[in-house]
Design a protein around this ligand. Structure first.
Ligand SMILES: Nc1ncnc2c1ncn2[C@@H]1O[C@H](COP(=O)(O)OP(=O)(O)OP(=O)(O)O)[C@@H](O)[C@H]1O
Ligand SMILES: [Mg+2]
Length: 368
């Protein structure tokens, strides 16, 4: 699967742009603020119906425009498919494949998969467990629909239980029987989810470690530790005992919504002790492992979007990364870089077919 062409109207900094890509390496070079990342975000829209950077779609409309249109032509097993995404100010977003609209946008997810690695993804390493839970949940949900349904149900029950805790806190009356009606499904659903998370991490870890080992040439070892209290034998008792605290804090303190994914390097937390380059290497390895997982479970090779990937990596790691993404595992790859010379020296002549685009003053020109 690959993106043959992209056309943009009033999308972010572009008033009008059209570009044809090749099925392997496509490099976008240009100075800071020229619009390289915005092209990757347009591709992200076509794949996921959303921006990779912000949740407010209207932010993607050009400051001088009243709407945006992103059109893409994909080639899928030799067949062409047109994907259309547009938004008019104060209207709903329109999303069509071959002129037909979806009932629900979620139906589109997974049809044209992409994996993106962007600088702001470092929050996956540095920020709270919630970010990592979301990342791993999104991978499991891609191939296990039941998991996604359980997660949705769990979150609904949790919201209701928390509302009840708040009401009980305010009224000063604790109704243990009433709370129990939420406890049972939360415990059962939570235990099912935790079991799946545990077995997923076991399968995911070898992919992560083999990518990290290649990138770092085995200079250090990384791992993910999954911690949950939900699978303890006495969890139901702990849950009941925790009610007093839950009422005081007005939230449920135990459950899979508090699970931890600890990222460690040589037995220490990487967010505290890892260098910037090591953190970036782990981020790249997490995303490459995500790529391998999606590819094997969906049977489609995702498009790889690499935004400013070279920054903070030393020459050794850059050359390892190039050899990884140059392998047969990957299909179409997009790379952005503010330094044209670096991209030329790293990629030109080594990866064929390859196209180089210069992004400048809101235009995208192919250069030879
Ligand atoms: N809605 C919008 N309307 C007009 N311009 C926009 C809009 N949203 C973003 N921009 C502009 O797009 C430009 C940023 O583009 P982008 O992030 O793609 O740059 P870049 O080439 O990736 O730069 P860098 O090398 O710094 O990462 C900025 O100049 C910004 O003002
Ligand atoms: Mg950028």
């Amino acid at each position: 699967m690959f993106l043959q062409s992209l056309s943009l109207q009033y999308f972010k900094n572009y008033e009008k742009a059209e570009v044809s890509f090749c099925d392997h390496f496509n490099c976008l070079v240009g100075i800071n603020g020229s619009g390289k990342t915005n092209v990757l975000d347009a591709i992200h829209y076509l794949s996921t119906t959303k921006s990779a950077f912000h949740s407010l779609d209207s932010q993607s409309i050009n400051h001088d425009g009243q709407y945006f249109v992103v059109n893409g032509r994909f080639s899928l097993k030799g067949k062409q498919q047109k994907v259309h995404c547009s938004l008019k100010k104060n209207f709903r977003k329109t999303f069509k494949v071959d002129e037909s609209e979806y009932e629900r946008l979620s139906e589109h997810v997974g049809k044209f998969p992409v994996v993106m690695i962007a600088p702001n993804d470092d929050e996956l390493i540095r920020e709270s467990n919630e970010t990592r839970r979301k990342f791993f949940d999104s991978i499991i949900s891609q191939y296990d629909h039941e998991y996604l349904q359980s997660l949705i149900k769990y979150n609904q029950h949790l919201k209701q239980r928390n509302a009840l805790l708040k009401a009980m806190n305010e009224s000063g009356r604790v109704d243990a029987v009433m709370v129990e009606t939420y406890d049972k499904p939360l415990i059962t659903l939570g235990q099912g989810i935790a079991k799946k998370r545990k077995s997923f991490i076991k399968k995911f870890l070898p992919h992560l470690q083999s990518n990290y080992d290649r990138l770092s040439e085995r200079r250090e070892r990384v791992s993910v530790e999954y911690n949950t209290k939900v699978l303890a034998n006495d969890f139901a008792e702990q849950y009941a005992k925790g009610l007093k605290k839950d009422v005081i804090t007005q939230r449920t303190n135990l459950g899979i919504h508090r699970d931890e994914y600890l990222l460690v390097i040589d037995d220490f937390l990487i967010k505290k002790y890892g260098s910037q380059g090591q953190q970036k290497s782990l981020l790249i390895s997490l995303k490459l492992a995500q790529f391998e997982f999606i590819k094997s479970h969906l049977g489609k090779t995702p498009i790889l979007l690499l935004d400013d990937i070279f920054d903070k990596l030393d020459d050794g790691r850059i050359s390892q990364l190039m050899s990884i993404i140059g392998s047969d595992t990957f299909g179409q790859v997009f790379v952005t870089d503010a330094r044209e010379e670096r991209t030329r020296s790293l990629l030109q002549g080594k990866f064929e077919p390859m196209k180089l685009f210069r992004v400048d003053e809101n235009s995208i020109e192919e250069v030879s």
